[in-house]
Design a protein around this ligand. Structure first.
Ligand code: ATP
Ligand code: MG
Length: 301
């Protein structure tokens, strides 16, 4: 697939904070890439640099000539006092669009986003999900080749979230390159391509299956019949030899063990069920690897 946006060796620094460290990322046409990472990981900074809103401290952002960028910032991306239609046409006019071409594109996006019935409604009176769909439509009015979307699903109800993701899949099906920042691992794991961002470093990019296969351990879900309860399960699991991680999950506790380790002995009333390695596990594992690598590097200096 043709790459329509490429970050090469991108760094960004805010004073003492290294918000992006040596980020290499390709965005191919026809693909949705989820950029996932916790608060402060650098998602917004990466999107802003990719959008050209912020110049990188080092490295390059490459785009073929004529490949436009649509950027949807996290908050306040539509004008509450303007109607749905006015928002669309206003954003179009910012890109120098006018007349019939603008009206045709605005009508197309209204229909695409399922907003026709709300055409004359002020944006302030739209539900959160509809407002995000409008914001998305406004970011796409100039038919960009790349869409950079900063947490479009944050604060949106689960049904509206699914609708938004379906719209993003449609964009990719139409040939667009889409990069979506999200703090939600579960959401990201529905994407065919995921980038994991940790303290400004892109730990890995790939299909969730491929990323899960990188984790050299297996996961068990510990459950207690009645007692002992979760705290006790946690304590139990953390004492096992070789245990890599134990954390609460629902009623039970998820435990990561080295791939070859035997099942530990269980006290009566406790069961261990094999569980899937999740994207969250991959993140924790790669972040740990990265931190020990950085610590070693620091010690050598
Ligand atoms: N304008 C700024 N001035 C100084 N530091 C900043 C600025 N913008 C971001 N940072 C810092 O850069 C780092 C990355 O921030 P960024 O907003 O890109 O993360 P994020 O992944 O988008 O987080 P969030 O979940 O909060 O949206 C953080 O440590 C943040 O405090
Ligand atoms: Mg952010």
């Amino acid at each position: 697939m043709e790459v329509v946006l490429r970050l090469a060796g991108v760094k960004h620094r805010f004073g003492a904070v290294e918000a992006l460290r040596d980020v290499d990322l390709d965005l191919p046409a026809g693909t949705v890439t989820a950029l996932v990472g916790p608060d402060g990981a650098g998602k917004t900074t990466l999107l802003r640099v990719a959008a050209g809103v912020l110049a990188p401290t080092a490295g390059r952002v490459e785009r073929p000539a004529g490949a436009g960028v649509g950027y949807l910032a996290g908050t306040r991306s539509v004008y509450p006092d303007l109607t749905v239609w006015e928002n669309l046409t206003f954003f179009g006019s910012l890109y120098g669009m006018h007349g019939r071409a603008l009206a045709a594109e605005a009508r197309h996006l209204l229909e695409w986003a399922g907003l026709e019935a709300f055409r004359h409604r002020q944006a302030r009176h739209l539900s959160g999900g509809l407002r995000q769909r409008l914001a998305l439509a406004c970011a796409l009015i100039h038919r960009p080749a790349v869409a950079l979307l900063d947490e479009p699903t944050t604060g949106v109800d689960p049904v509206a979230r699914r609708e938004l993701w379906a719209l993003l899949d449609q964009l990719a099906a139409g040939g667009m390159a889409v990069l979506v920042a999200t703090p939600y691992m579960d959401e990201a794991s529905q994407c065919r391509r995921v980038g994991l961002l940790h303290q400004g470093r892109l730990l890995a990019v790939g299909h969730p299956e491929e990323l899960r296969a990188r984790v050299p351990y297996r996961v068990l879900l510990l459950k207690a019949d009645g007692r002992p309860r979760r705290q006790e399960l946690l304590r139990l699991a953390r004492e096992w030899p070789g245990v890599l991680e134990a954390r609460p999950a629902g009623e039970g506790v998820r435990v990561a063990l080295p791939a070859g380790a035997p099942d530990p002995d269980l006290p009566p009333g406790v069961r261990a069920l094999p569980a899937e390695v999740e994207l969250e596990d991959v993140y924790v594992w790669l972040a740990g690897e990265e931190e020990s690598r950085a610590a070693k590097e620091g010690a050598r200096r």
